[in-house]
Design a protein around this ligand. Sequence first.
Ligand code: EPU
Length: 417
Amino acid sequence: MKFIINGGKKLHGTIHVSGSKNAVLPILAATLLADRRCVIHNVPRIRDVEVMMQLMLSVGRTVRWDGEHTIIVSDGKPSLKKLDPKLMRSFRASALFAGPLLTQFRTVRISEPGGCALGNRPLDDHFHGFRRMGVTIARSRGMYTLSHRGLEAKTIVLIAPSVTATENIVMTATLTVGTTVLKNAACEPHVQDLCDFLNSMGAKISGGGTNTITIQGVKKLHGTTHTVIPDPVNAMTFVIMGLATKSTIVVDGIRPDHLDVGLETLLAAGARFDIHKDSITLKSTGVLKAMKIQTRPYPGIPTDVQSQFGVLATQAQGTTLIHETIFDGRFAYIQELVNMGADATVCDPHRALITGPTPLHGHEIQSLNLRAGITLVVAALVASGQTVIHDAQIIDRGYEDIDIRLRALGADIRREA
Ligand code: EPU
């Protein structure tokens, strides 16, 4: 599948941000902790959610859409019989099944998870946490066997504040007798949303959203109804898209407090916008100044918007330094920007320099991965002429109906098989 984009046009109107991908994926995994019905609202209609639902069906939980953005997980217990290694390998969030399944079974076999190629993505912190809780782990031919004779509550210190390791350990600890304390935990809004979801199921978690999370194990969790937080990465992507195309659009359905450092960075570069309770209105902005972008765990600028800042830097005056501190394989998009006319150099796996402003022109390019793909859509909207983005189905993993929603803003974008 490809997107064909004729760029160089200003966008108009309002774009609504859907629910957070990285919140709903662990929340769906967490429903396996209870055998009761859960109703989840504000779920984005994206490919990763569909795969997660297939994976849940493969462990015997009945899960279905109820209307446009609500998912219902029916009463029922998971079974390990059909846990599909091929599905597990298709995306990273499948690793989130490990924790909930360990609370239900003494032995769980999971495959090495897949996901976007962003460089080295180990599971050592997940396994370090599980080992502390009494789990033994054996690896053979791309499969991990996790076994235990009863989970133990412990104090666990993560070496990296990994998002999915934090989520896995928190989920496991909710049904582990005693008090688990997780230090150097990830503080991302989606971790907080998972903790809120679990507490609404009867878990006893305090400190979610801080770097020390305390979990008092309970015997059983019950069903619940929950509304997923808005997606902060989508929100920041659309704000940057408006600025890069010099469009005075409104980005709504958001939590501006989840975007603090990114928004402050844009203001310091000269961007003009009004921040409301749940929306941002972009105002007419001249040429932005170069920025210094350093990706950090929350509340810093997330690695998932690094490339979007990269395309904005091609339109800013001066040289922007991008310091990607989280992953070592997230600069492949820069070559595609260079093909479109950008003046950019990758210094090493963690640093790149982008000098602007440079006009961009249409080109034939590859999506590469989810966030690089949406970044290249933004670049194509800025560029003069026609851009063809191949492998664009990757973008459907995290952005709902992106072509339809951009057309509603006046963009000239179409999807072709
Ligand atoms: N790390 C370790 N050991 C581990 C796990 C991670 O050293 O056991 C390191 C990684 O190498 C990396 C850093 O910790 O340097 C952060 O990795 P993290 O584990 O936090 O990433 P993740 O949990 O695999 C989630 C998101 C990613 C997002 C990262 C960072 C989900 C499903 N995925 O991945 O989202 O980039 O956190 O915020 O929540 C995306 O949405 O496009 C995406 C890639």
